[in-house]
Design a protein around this ligand. Sequence first.
Ligand code: ATP
Ligand code: MG
Length: 325
Amino acid sequence: MTEEIAVVPGDGIGQEVVPAAVRVLEAVDPGFSFVEAEAGDAVAAARGTPLPESTVETVEAADATLFGAAGETAADVILPLREAVGSFANVRPARAYPGVDALRPETDLVFVRENTEGVYAGHESDLGEGVTTLTRVVTESASRRIAEFGFAYAAERGADVTVAHKANVMRTTDGQFLHAVDAVASEQGATYDTELLDAMATKLLLDPSQYDVIVCPNLAGDVLSDLAAGLVGGLGLLPSGNVGAENGLFEPVHGTAPDIAGEGVANPSAAILSAAMLLSHLCHDGEAARVRSAVEAVLEDGPRTPDLGGSATTDAVAGAVIDRL
Ligand code: ATP
Ligand code: MG
């Protein structure tokens, strides 16, 4: 059965790195069919909306989506698209590669971040007279769901789980989060460690090798995964997935990179590694592994794009990855 992949390049270097990643997917040939759809600043200018209904329908109907980036309209595009795939987990691997300068070359970890609630649930109020408030939402069901996903993700990889929290201060909300994680762990016979998220920030910086899979609430995951991105050297390398029960949307962590857009020199590695995550998500594990090792080989031996000190184009790097498949 042919699986359908929605391809939404968006703006800026999304237009360059997503087609490169699609070329790699075509070369590894898991039997996908691709449906391209528009989103972002350019379509907003042309059609009056950054996210046409037809794009949402294409993403909903597809088995998975490969997304690039959106510029000014990013929030109007990516939040509804994450919702369209029913995403509840944001998966962000941060891994250093031989051949790429990294602050902490031993880094190899994955954030599994709850991405539907917490302080990003949107309940802010202005009470007047200079007083504003924010309500943090943590539900048992969402906490259980991210824990189940995180433990399953770790088990597949034979990885240890660390749960980041701040339940010593946010006793009710992170207390519930931890309680739900613990209940899931005992049901599944899984083990895990916990870490206060502020302490984890320091430990990540000093010795990231102590972590494998980090399961965490929304804001903590947002901040700590950016910290980890800084350990591995280069936005052009970081893939991510927004995973739901039936569907998923995969995208490089970087944005539209307006400073280099249109020059054909963006590093396609993050987009290609996002495509590898898409392959794993659809259980094409063999193909995913081939893509990952091809990217690794090219990062080590070149050719490299200018962000990694080389002078190769996006297409040349994608072509080299395809040659290594
Ligand atoms: P946006 O608002 O869309 O996020 P930005 O200006 O924040 O745009 P990013 O895409 O977040 O830009 O990139 C930040 C920096 O990292 C830029 O200097 C950009 O050129 C560089 N960069 C990001 N992604 C890549 C890539 N794939 N290849 C090379 N350089 C990149
Ligand atoms: Mg940015």
